[in-house]
Design a protein around this ligand. Structure first.
Ligand code: FAD
Length: 236
């Protein structure tokens, strides 16, 4: 879905883009990471892992976010937001409070999880914590061998623990994942265990692209990748 539409078009879509969910709880996991619980009618929603919802963050702007947890019966779902402070989406989310109403689309997009491979590797950043939380129960239920790598700002390095993620390593966000020579030294490349793994790479576009290039050169596993944000670019 496009990230912004002209004003006259929002008029045309009318009710379709008007508020359909309500904020029921907000939790600050760090100064930059906020978890919000929403309530709405989810009966028709498909929560496949990797799918994203668009949130209407202004009259004409929409941004992609991932459902981290859902409970269809009670009509609630959680999204974990990176409050980076640079964009209209981040500022809108930061301002949300209990009882606020807003438009969130049903999830759609690219499926990230492939059940058939025993080994599952996941790379991401603050924007990817939600999909990691959605994925974890499946990895455990289906008895995968799994490993998460996160590149996080110093202020957010405790968030994976607060989210009760498992088998994760946190790396500082210092451009290491843009350095092919450094990436090759990661434990992932030091054993044969991950040769046929599913490897999901999400988050910053430049980190994802560099990591993907090294994995391809080293002929590791089946790679799924999707950039979630790029410096200087609005609304991927
Ligand atoms: C499929 C998909 C799923 C996503 N799921 C999530 C999710 O669950 N949680 C989440 O927080 N984000 C998620 N994102 C990323 C989110 O959509 C982007 O970060 C988006 O750009 C935020 O919009 P904004 O209005 O705040 O900033 P924009 O207006 O889009 O951008 C303004 C400026 O902010 C910068 N910027 C954007 N994002 C970041 C960031 N994370 N850190 C630092 N600078 C940034 C841009 O480079 C640009 O310079 C997802 C993206 C995709 C494509």
């Amino acid at each position: 879905m496009i990230s912004s539409i002209p004003k006259w078009m929002t008029g045309l879509f009318g009710n379709k883009l008007s508020p359909n969910v309500k904020v029921v709880e907000t939790t600050l996991l760090s100064l930059q990471v906020k978890k919000i619980r929403f309530q709405g009618d989810l009966t028709e929603w498909d929560f496949s892992i990797g799918y994203a919802s668009v949130i209407r963050v202004s009259e004409t702007e929409f941004r992609n976010y991932t459902v981290a947890y859902h409970d269809k019966e009670n009509g609630v779902f959680d999204i974990i937001f990176h409050i980076h402070g640079n964009g209209v989406g981040s500022k809108f989310i930061d301002s949300l409070q209990v009882s606020d109403e807003l438009f969130i689309s049903p999830p759609r997009g690219k499926k990230l999880y492939e059940i058939n491979e025993k080994q599952q590797f996941f790379f991401g950043d603050e924007t990817s914590l939600g999909v990691a939380c959605a994925l974890l129960p499946l990895l455990k239920k289906n008895k995968h061998q799994f490993q998460f790598y996160f590149e996080l700002d110093e202020a957010n390095k405790s968030v994976p623990e607060l989210l009760e993620l498992e088998n994760y390593t946190v790396f500082p966000k210092n451009n290491s994942f843009r350095n092919e020579k450094w990436i090759i030294t990661l434990p992932l490349f030091q054993t044969h265990e991950w040769k046929t793994a599913n490897l999901a790479l999400v988050g910053n576009v430049k980190s994802v692209q560099t990591f993907r290039k090294v994995l391809k050169e080293k002929k590791l596993g089946n790679i799924y990748s999707q950039g979630y944000w790029l410096e200087g670019k609005k609304g991927l």
